[in-house]
Design a protein around this ligand. Structure first.
Ligand SMILES: [Zn+2]
Ligand SMILES: [Zn+2]
Length: 274
C-alpha cells in the first residue's frame, strides 16, 4: 500500500514556460498524492490545471486540497481547475495560515473577483468547502491517513505537511527560509525518518546571501536537514524560474554527488513510496 506522488508543478514564484524550461517544467507548485482511495492535492499553482484534466479522465470527483499558503504561485491555477465547475464533484480546501486573517475562502474569492477574473468563485458549481485549521493541528482526511502540520518561516506564514499512511511518510516542506547558523529544529523534528522530503530548494547556498528575507531555502540546506533527520530521499522543489534546464541539470548533478538520496522534481514525475 504505497503513497503515489505525482508532481504537476515544481516551480516557485511564477510559471516559466519556455524552450529552456522543458526538462524540469514550468508550472508552479502542485503535487498530487494518491493514498488508498483518496486523492490529496497540495497547492493549486498552475500545475493544477493539468491535474484537473487528469482527474476528469480518471472520473475522480472528490479530493482534498491542502495549501501551504496563498501566495500566487500556490493558488493561481485554481480558477482553471475544471473539475471545480462540475456540479457532481466535491472538494475540500484547507489552509493553516489564515485562521486569524479572514480565512482561506476570502482569499479564493478575492482572486476570482471583478475586475481581475471573468467569473466569480460562485461560478464553480462543485461542492466546495473551505476549512481553516491552526498550524500544528493533525488532520485525518480519511481512515488510516494522518497528516501532521508545522509552521514554516515565510512572509505571511506557510504550513508544512507530513502525510503518514501504512508506515510510509512523505513530507511537503515549502516555502521556508533557513538560518545558515542553525538548522530549523521544527523541520528537523518534522521530517525525521521520512521516506521522502519535498523541500524548498529555490536557491543555491552561493545565491542565498543575496536572498535573505525572501522566505526560501537551498538544496544544500535540504540535504543537511535530510541527513540530520535520517530521511531517505530529498526532492528538490520550488525551482527558481531563473534556473533553466542547463542550470537545473548542474544543480541536480551537484546535489546527487553530495548525497545519493537527492534528485530534482520535474513536472509529471511519478514516485511510488512504499
Ligand atoms: Zn512559492
Ligand atoms: Zn510563498
Amino acid at each position: 500500500m504505497a503513497i503515489e506522488v505525482k508532481f504537476w508543478g515544481v516551480r516557485g514564484s511564477i510559471a516559466c514556460p519556455s524552450p529552456d524550461h522543458v526538462v524540469y517544467g514550468g508550472n508552479t507548485s502542485c503535487i498530487e498524492m494518491r493514498v488508498g482511495d483518496e486523492v490529496l492535492i497540495f497547492d493549486a499553482g498552475t500545475g493544477i490545471r493539468n491535474l484537473g484534466k487528469d482527474l476528469i479522465r480518471r472520473n475522480v470527483t472528490h479530493a482534498h486540497i491542502f495549501l501551504t499558503h496563498t501566495h500566487w504561485d500556490h493558488i493561481n491555477g485554481f480558477p482553471f481547475f475544471v473539475p471545480a465547475y462540475n456540479p457532481n464533484a466535491s472538494f475540500r480546501v484547507m489552509a493553516g495560515h489564515l485562521t486569524h486573517q479572514g480565512g482561506v475562502e476570502r482569499v479564493f474569492s478575492a482572486q476570482m473577483a471583478d475586475p481581475t477574473f471573468p467569473v466569480p468563485l460562485s461560478a464553480m458549481q462543485s461542492k466546495l468547502t473551505f476549512e481553516d485549521f491552526s498550524v500544528g493541528d493533525e488532520l485525518h482526511p480519511a481512515d488510516g491517513i494522518v497528516i501532521k502540520t508545522a509552521p514554516l518561516r515565510h512572509p505571511n506564514g506557510a504550513t508544512a505537511f507530513r502525510v503518514e499512511y501504512d508506515g510510509n511518510a512523505v513530507c511537503y516542506v515549502t516555502d521556508t527560509e533557513h538560518d545558515p547558523e542553525t538548522p530549523d529544529p521544527i523541520i528537523l523534528d518534522f521530517i525525521e525518518d521520512a521516506d521522502l522530503v519535498i523541500y524548498d530548494c529555490t536557491y543555491t547556498d552561493e545565491e542565498f546571501p543575496q536572498k535573505v528575507g525572501w522566505g526560501h531555502s537551498t538544496w544544500q540546506e535540504g540535504i543537511r536537514l535530510c541527513r540530520a533527520a535520517n530521511a531517505k530521499q530529498l526532492a528538490l522543489f520550488h525551482h527558481d524560474p531563473e534556473h533553466d534546464d542547463a542550470a537545473m541539470t548542474v544543480i541536480e548533478q551537484k546535489a546527487r554527488a553530495t548525497w545519493s538520496g537527492a534528485f530534482a522534481a520535474r513536472d509529471e514525475m511519478v514516485l511510488h513510496i512504499e
